[in-house]
Design a protein around this ligand. Structure first.
Ligand SMILES: NC(=O)c1ccc[n+]([C@@H]2O[C@H](COP(=O)([O-])OP(=O)(O)OC[C@H]3O[C@@H](n4cnc5c(N)ncnc54)[C@H](OP(=O)(O)O)[C@@H]3O)[C@@H](O)[C@H]2O)c1
Length: 244
């Protein structure tokens, strides 16, 4: 997959890993559109990163996803790279933390339904381009879930499997399907939690390199090792991150 001269839409591109990816692609002659819920944040990052385009959309809401598709069709019919990056992570204990059905639904809609639906909605546009791709951002937790974020881990594992199956389905078309699997990264999502975090820019660089090499599954940092351990010792590796 080429890493230059693409038109790229990144959900959750106003902060953290998404913003680092936006900056990386922008610096290499790509047109980049970032999507987030908050207009003021979009305005700020577009002002700070000349050339960056912004579009407000809450990807967890079906009508907003449909509107995003219409906007892309009208203004960016040459879109050739969709990066499904936006996600939320809620940490809770099912028995004691009073989690509501709405909390669970919000997490599932944002992390799983939205990326799957955006694939469905934008594939007709992507497949018209000579070379195009979808990147789904998951996590090393797909190999070893942690007990504090059961719904997050479940949605990411589902997105991991979806990415594999969609990749098979789109063989022979112009659309490649990639998956980026970061380790613990220093962003708002992980504020106040964990140690040994890497910078979001390292994820952006890994994606950039992986795209150029057509490496469809791109484990970042420690996830390389975790994936090997999981292949060799699945039961043991599957428990490694349970208390992180
Ligand atoms: N941080 C880590 O350690 C880590 C590790 C492995 C994988 N990941 C994955 O990497 C991706 C990025 O994580 P991050 O840590 O960079 O997150 P982050 O810093 O919390 O940023 C999340 C981004 O998503 C946007 N967003 C959230 N909900 C949205 C919605 N419903 N609609 C549209 N935009 C939405 C946010 O902007 P608004 O709030 O303005 O909408 C923001 O731009 C996620 O898929 C995450 O699961 C992260």
């Amino acid at each position: 997959m080429k890493a230059q001269h693409n038109k790229i839409l990144i959900t959750g591109g106003t902060a953290g890993i998404g913003l680092a990816m936006a900056q990386q692609f922008l610096a290499h002659n790509n047109t980049v559109i970032v999507v987030g819920r908050r207009q003021e944040r979009l305005n700020l990052v577009c002002e700070q990163n000349p050339g960056l385009l912004g579009k407000a959309c809450d990807v967890s809401i079906s009508s907003e996803r449909e509107e995003l598709k219409r906007w892309v069709q009208e203004h960016h019919p040459d879109l050739n790279l969709l990066i499904n990056n936006a996600a939320v992570q809620y940490n809770f204990a099912m028995l004691t933390d009073g989690v509501t059905g709405n909390d669970i639904s919000q997490e599932v809609q944002t992390n799983l339904v939205a990326p799957v639906e955006l694939c469905r909605l934008l594939l007709p546009i992507l497949q018209q381009q000579p070379e195009s791709a979808i990147v789904n951002v998951t996590t090393g937790l797909v190999f070893s879930p942690k007990k504090s974020a059961p719904v997050y881990c479940a949605t990411k594992s589902a997105l991991h499997t979806f990415s594999q199956a969609l990749r098979y389905q789109l063989e022979g078309t112009s659309v490649k399907v990639f998956e980026l699997l970061p380790p613990l990264v220093e962003t708002q999502m992980t504020e106040g939690r964990g140690t040994g975090k890497i910078a979001p820019e390292q994820c952006a660089e890994a994606l950039f390199r992986g795209l150029k090499r057509n490496q469809y599954e791109i484990p970042v940092g420690k996830v390389h090792l975790l994936r090997w351990l999981w292949r060799l010792f699945p039961v043991w590796a599957g428990r490694l991150l349970r208390n992180t």
